[in-house]
Design a protein around this ligand. Sequence first.
Ligand code: ATP
Length: 238
Amino acid sequence: MTDPATPLLELRGVTAGYDGIQVLHGVDLVVPRGEVVALLGPNGAGKTTTLLVATGQHPASSGCVHVAGRHVNGARPEALARIGLCTIPEGRGVFRNLTVRENLRMASYRGTPEALVVERAVARFPRLGERLDQVAGTMSGGEQQMLAMARGLATDPTLLIIDELSMGLAPLIVAELYELVASIAREGVSILVVEQFARTVLGVADRAVIMQHGHVVAAGVPSDLEAELSAAYLGASS
Ligand code: ATP
């Protein structure tokens, strides 16, 4: 059992790149237990690359990645999943041609019985209960995001990483999804959420990290970061 004060995810001085071109220049990022951390920044800032390094899908060139206090540089995504890390990729990662129930059944292959996965999914996301036999690809974007979260939570993760939760969704739906994210965090799951546009996530985030050009330019409690946020997004669009 690790010390509860040990962050679930910690990146220290991480550099990474593609084909010899460096895109992360010494990224520091901490996700404490039971907190929601928002990773923000404009297009091309390096958010997805940071997430890929954190989840073992892209190598760090230097620096350290720790999950629950373990040094995990070079660990495969499957090994990270076994120690409690779950990623919901941009585009949601649901099987569009399968029904909601079949999608949940696939998640149950990881150990939790199907009936329990379905029961928990419906308790948390009642709307999925009304749609168990609907083909996932025909549901609304928000419902698909709920299904993706239900699938991820079936593995009982300690750290949930969500890439662009708001992608293509109406603001009201995004607000509803962030309420759900907040309630998942209250149950003790730590959450790292990557977003390009910030407002809604800041309402539920305990802290935020702002990236620009492969650097962390600010980190802290959301209410302290207003000026940095404006600068990051205005700077990006000029
Ligand atoms: P967005 O919000 O647009 O998704 P981001 O902050 O997630 O952006 P990244 O996708 O991490 O940023 O991209 C950071 C930099 O790395 C960009 O300059 C991008 O062009 C480059 N990059 C990302 N993926 C690759 C790749 N597979 N091959 C080469 N360069 C890449």
